[in-house]
Design a protein around this ligand. Structure first.
Ligand code: RIB
Length: 312
C-alpha cells in the first residue's frame, strides 16, 4: 500500500471573478462571471493527491461559517481524511478573491481567516496522523512556526517533506533545510533569493538561484516555470522536465497540482524523473480547466496525456 500523504496547510473559499482584462488602479470594469470554488493551497494539494489515487489526510483549520462545510465536504468526496481539519469558532474561513483574465492569468487577494490562527497548539492535535505520514506536503498560507513544526514532526518520523514556498514569503534557512524538496515558482524563487527576474526567468538563472538555495541547506530544489516546464537542481545534478504544451484557460493551482502529483508518483514508488514528468503533465491538465479543485485531473487523464500530448 502506498504511503500516507499528510498535507498541512490552508483551506480557502475562492471567490473567482472572470474578466476580459485586469482593471487598472481606480478603474471599474464589468466582469464576465463569478463563482465560489473550494481552494486554498493546502486543500488543493490534498484534493489533487486524492484524485490521483493517493492516501491523503488534510491537517488545517476552517472558520465557523457557511464556507467551512463546503471546504471539508469537497475534500471528503474524493476520499481525503478530513478528521484533522479543526474549526476556529472565532474566525471566518480563509477567503481568496481571484481575478482571472482572458489569457488564464490570475491575481489573488487572500484573507487568511482560520488559516492564520492555525497555530502550533492546534497542529499538535494531529501529531498522531502526522507520525504515520510517508510524505508531508507544506505551503506558506498558515503561520510559519506551524509550518516549521510540521516539517520537524515529518522529519523526526522519517517522512519526505515537500515544501511549496507559496505564496512568496521570506523564510528562515532552518525551515528550508528541513525540506527534502523546495518547489518555488519564478516569483517565489526571486523572493527566497532576494532577486528580480524581470518578465521571465531563464533556465540558466533559475539553476544559479536554485544552487544558492542549496548552499543554504536545501537538499533539492524544483523550480516550477509554467510553460517552460520544471527544473530539478541538487548537489549531484540538474535535470529539466519540459512542459506539456497546452492552451491555458486558468493557471490557478497549477503549482498545487504539480506538488500533489509529484508526491503521489513518489509514493507509488516511481523514480524522481518519472515523478517529475507525471507532475508536469498533471499541472498542464489543471490549467486547461477553470477553478482550483475542479481543475485537478485523475490519474487516467495524466497517464493518457503523458502518452498522447495534445496538438496546440
Ligand atoms: O494555489 C492556488 C490557491 O491560492 C487558490 O486556490 C487560492 O485559495 C490561493 O490560496
Amino acid at each position: 500500500m502506498a504511503s500516507r500523504i499528510v498535507v498541512v496547510g490552508s483551506l480557502n473559499a475562492d471567490f473567482v471573478l472572470g474578466v476580459e482584462r485586469f482593471p487598472t488602479p481606480g478603474e471599474t470594469i464589468a466582469g464576465r462571471e463569478f463563482a465560489v470554488i473550494p481552494g486554498g493551497k493546502g486543500a488543493n494539494q490534498a484534493y489533487a493527491a486524492a484524485r490521483l489515487g493517493g492516501r491523503v489526510s488534510m491537517v488545517g483549520q476552517v472558520g465557523d461559517d457557511v464556507h467551512a462545510e463546503l471546504l471539508k465536504r469537497n475534500l471528503a468526496e474524493v476520499g481525503v481524511d478530513v478528521a484533522h481539519v479543526e474549526i476556529d469558532e472565532s474566525a471566518s474561513s480563509g477567503i481568496a478573491v481571484i481575478t482571472v483574465d482572458a489569457q488564464g492569468q490570475n491575481q489573488i487577494v487572500l484573507i487568511a481567516g482560520a488559516n492564520g490562527t492555525f497555530d502550533v497548539e492546534e497542529l499538535m492535535k494531529s501529531e498522531e496522523v502526522m507520525a504515520q505520514a510517508g510524505f508531508v506536503l507544506l505551503q506558506l498560507e498558515i503561520p510559519l512556526p506551524t509550518v516549521e513544526r510540521a516539517a520537524r514532526i515529518g522529519k523526526a518520523n522519517g517522512a519526505l517533506v515537500i515544501l511549496d514556498p507559496a505564496p512568496a514569503r521570506r523564510i528562515s534557512d532552518e525551515l528550508l533545510a528541513l525540506a527534502d524538496y523546495v518547489t518555488p515558482n519564478e516569483t517565489e524563487l526571486a523572493a527566497l533569493t532576494d532577486s528580480s527576474f524581470g518578465e521571465h526567468l531563464v533556465a540558466r538563472d533559475a539553476e544559479a538561484k536554485a544552487r544558492e538555495l542549496l548552499s543554504r541547506g536545501v537538499r533539492k530544489v524544483i523550480v516550477k516555470m509554467g510553460a517552460q516546464g520544471a527544473l530539478l537542481v541538487s548537489a549531484e545534478e540538474s535535470q529539466s522536465w519540459p512542459a506539456v504544451p497546452v492552451t491555458p484557460v486558468d493557471t490557478t493551482a497549477a503549482g498545487d497540482a504539480f506538488n500533489a502529483a509529484f508526491a503521489v508518483a513518489l509514493a507509488d514508488g516511481r523514480a524522481e524523473t518519472e515523478a517529475g514528468r507525471f507532475a508536469t503533465a498533471a499541472a498542464a491538465l489543471s490549467v486547461m480547466r477553470r477553478g482550483a479543485q475542479p481543475s485537478m485531473p485523475t490519474r487516467g487523464e495524466v497517464e493518457s496525456l503523458m502518452t498522447t500530448p495534445p496538438r496546440v
